[in-house]
Design a protein around this ligand. Structure first.
Ligand SMILES: [Zn+2]
Length: 590
């Protein structure tokens, strides 16, 4: 089985003829778009049709070029040519700003967009996207201003983002391991949190915090810069608050967010119970220190070679859905997966759905652990989501953040539950503990991050914040979310410094979508359990609709009311079951 992916269905390399042809074509499309003028057409329908056509053409080419260069660089960070191409493409894409703004403004002043869409199948197909463009058009500045803004961002927030990335990714940390001080890269030191040895976990935590002191000033400047720009722009655009812009982009109602947050807050005490129990098991009296949040419990000595993982996943997915299994099989047999860890390859895992070729590529760093296998099942779920969107127009194929994790969590849950059935009691304990820990990150920690970001925006309105002020805000947010279940002497004041999400000017509050994703995914899985196989057809339709509906409408397709407490409480009840099991089992353990 091939352990590296094959990108040749995109291009054979940066010097491939078809790569250069596509770049030329992209240039041509952008030229056309830049000359686009509504005056050149007979009527409104023609104006809209022409623009949609051009946008489709743009994305068909752009997505291919962009995917190829990003995928190449993700397994080869030092690929200079790839890095240059990415920068060029980013710059090219800013040429889209002016024509898009022009089109959105034209769309915004139309009186009967609905009526117009009814008179053309192509416009009907893109009705949602058109309405959304018109709605977002209300928050646009003039064409000239928007063009300047998009160029200035390259040297503004985007530059700050790069600075944060650079400082955190090149930071070397002095850490004591078995009596010797070693210099290690930051990700390696942060990984010590997952080690069996308690001394290593604590050393890692202390070394990490110490190392941040070196870079905290410039990173704080970056955060102040990014959030300052966001506040200026959202105000100029007419949003009351940056959160409103995020909700608009997330296609989500404020009421949904509030209902979900209320359910989360009411549920927090169950997580506090979990952390306190875990603290007791690890011998702590004042609650869990931050450095033991991820301490592994029990033993998962389950190991899987890549072939074994493939077989395990395929067998268990087949009993759910043959279509899902076929797609997963294709991913393995047609080399969509780059599983082998190697130098110069980025860490973690992701899945890229490449709509123009109807395929996906998955990156993982497979080392044979149980978690690695589940990660693979998770990413394959994303690929299935992409597969369900293949029949849709490319303009209807991108889904908002809150819906992004639906298919991955569904897939991951199927495979985890299958593994639990085969596991011995010790392994079950370890797997469930790991699952609660993960959910705790997505519910409790995400809640602390939501509080932090809200207060950061509040304070940043008046002035920049010092490192100390940022640390205090973070610690206060953690105390509020974790309460006494964490040991307040060992929190994580620098949790603002290492999280890339805070530095993405276009994705503020990139935290609550994770909680939404987990709880929505669990809710969907619960529906499957209730309705059985017949639900899978609805599930497929739901995934196919994620790119052309508001989140609430997607949920409504399977009778979920996102504004009812009931839905969220039921999803949280699934986690409660795990916590109850954990507490019950913990009595027998020291
Ligand atoms: Zn995911």
């Amino acid at each position: 089985m091939n352990k590296r992916w094959d990108l040749s269905s995109l291009y054979r390399g940066f010097d491939d003829d078809s790569f250069n042809k596509d770049r030329e074509q992209l240039n041509q499309i952008l030229n056309d778009l830049e000359n686009w003028d509504q005056k050149n057409f007979e009527n409104n329908i023609e104006i809209a049709l022409h623009f949609i056509d051009k946008m489709k053409a743009f994305y068909q080419v752009y997505v291919r070029l962009n995917a190829f260069s990003h995928l190449t660089v993700s397994t080869d960070a030092r690929n200079e040519e790839g890095l240059k191409v990415i920068e060029r493409l980013e710059k090219e894409a800013t040429r889209l700003t002016a024509p898009r703004v022009k089109f959105q403004q034209w769309l915004g002043q139309l009186e009967d967009l609905d009526g117009m869409a009814e008179n053309s199948p192509l416009l009907q197909e893109h009705h949602f996207v058109l309405k959304e463009l018109a709605e977002k058009g209300r928050y646009l500045l003039s064409e000239k201003e928007e063009t300047i803004v998009s160029k200035m961002k390259q040297t503004g927030s985007a530059a700050w983002t790069r600075l944060q990335q650079k400082l955190t990714s090149t930071l070397m940390v002095d850490v004591e391991i078995e009596g010797k001080v070693k210099k290690l890269p930051l990700p390696e030191v942060r990984n010590l949190a997952f080690k069996k040895d308690p001394v290593l976990r604590k050393n890692g935590y202390e070394a990490e915090l110490k190392a941040y002191e070196e870079i905290s000033e410039p990173v704080a400047a970056a955060l102040n810069g990014v959030k300052g720009e966001v506040l200026t722009l959202t105000e100029k655009r007419g949003f009351n608050h940056p959160l409103d812009e995020t909700l608009l982009n997330s296609r989500m109602e404020k009421e949904t967010l509030q209902t979900m947050l209320e359910a989360m807050v009411d549920f927090l005490p169950h997580f506090h119970d979990f952390y306190k129990t875990k603290a007791r098991l690890l011998g702590h009296e004042n609650g869990l220190p931050f450095y033991d949040l991820f301490a592994p419990m029990g033993k998962v000595d389950m190991a899987f070679s890549l072939e074994e993982a493939r077989d395990f996943i395929l067998t268990n997915i087949s009993s759910f859905s043959t279509e899902m299994a076929d797609l997963y099989r294709q991913a393995f047999s047609e080399s969509w997966i780059d599983a082998e860890p190697r130098e110069g390859k980025r860490g973690g895992a992701f899945c890229a759905n490449i709509h123009p070729i109807g395929e996906s590529r998955i990156l993982s760093n497979y080392s044979g652990s149980f978690t690695d296998m589940i990660t693979l099942a998770h990413e394959l779920g994303h690929a299935y989501h992409g597969h369900c969107l293949n029949q849709e127009s490319i303009l209807n194929s991108s889904y908002p953040m809150p819906l992004a994790e639906t298919a991955s969590i569904f897939s991951e849950t199927i495979v985890t539950n299958a593994a639990l059935e085969e596991a011995d009691p010790d392994q079950v304990f370890a797997i469930i503990e790991g699952r609660i820990s993960h959910a705790g990150q997505v519910i409790v920690d995400i809640y602390s991050r939501y509080i932090f970001e809200t207060r950061l925006f509040e304070a940043r309105k008046n002035s920049s914040l010092s490192v100390e002020e940022l640390n205090n805000l973070m610690v206060e947010a953690q105390k509020e979310a974790y309460k006494e279940s964490l040991d307040h002497r060992y929190l994580h004041p620098y949790a603002w410094l290492n999280k890339p999400h805070y530095y993405m000017a276009g994705n503020n509050y990139y935290n609550f979508p994770y909680a939404f994703g987990l709880l929505f995914g669990l809710g969907i899985y619960a529906l499957y359990m209730e309705r059985g196989k017949i639900f899978l057809e609805d599930y497929k339709k739901l995934l196919a609709a994620t790119g052309k509906n508001k989140v609430a409408e997607v949920a409504k397709m399977v009778d979920i009311d996102l504004n009812s407490r009931n839905f969220w409480d039921n999803s949280l009840a699934v986690i409660k079951k795990d916590i109850d099991y954990f507490k019950g089992e913990s009595h027998g353990r020291q």
